[in-house]
Write a protein of this length. Sequence first.
Length: 262
Amino acid sequence: MPRAYRLSALLVVALAATASAVPVYITSFENPPFVTGSINGQDGWANGSGTGQSQAIVDTFARTGSQSLRWDNTTNLTSFYSVRRAFNGQAGAITPQTPLELSVWMYIEPTSQLNRLYGLYATNSGTGTLGGTTLGITISGTGDVRAGTNWSSTYSGPVLYTNASLVGAWAKVLLRYDGTGGGAAVYDSASNLLWSTTFATVSLANANGTGVNSWNINLGTDYVTTTNHAGMAYMDDLSVVVIPEPAALLLLALAGLALRRR
């Protein structure tokens, strides 16, 4: 085998081993395409529940880059708000070997109170809002984590995990769907897994179909009760990806290399 070919082969194998995701939608809310102000109408985003009044793209605080999505509930206390973005079905790509993963980084201000929640939600409709949640996760102003396969589990369901360090630092929430079931997880600022859970059945089937705008995600804020529910949070580095298993990635890479050799 020629030396150049051997190097190419090693490079392809290395890339296949390190590659981990096929992007569906990834954003850090930077300019372009986002400008400061309401996210409604920008890059496919629309108001969801509660008309999205407490959210805005800001350039004052961010995890990466210079912009993020801020939720200001220091005055908008008693209502819940969300913004949504629709996606097309993935044409059968989502399986246990190629699951869908949704994640976003959140920074909850330490002044946020225990009943204020911030979260990520998936729905089985291109126009779904919080009430249509089929998979969701929230973190409260005191680091309480709730998750489940309907909206109520994310605000009035049991606390599944508590960690005060999730407040006042960037933390990542993640949702996973494998075509039948799924799960939720929380990571610390260094991307260490802190907690996870699984759900046997997740009704996000439209994500695995072929329809246009067949499912969506919501980013939002909610509350447990109407007391102690002030807060503020930022969201950044949103990721919607399909994760091929390493073996599948390697086969694709080697197939491409074989074609190149011909």
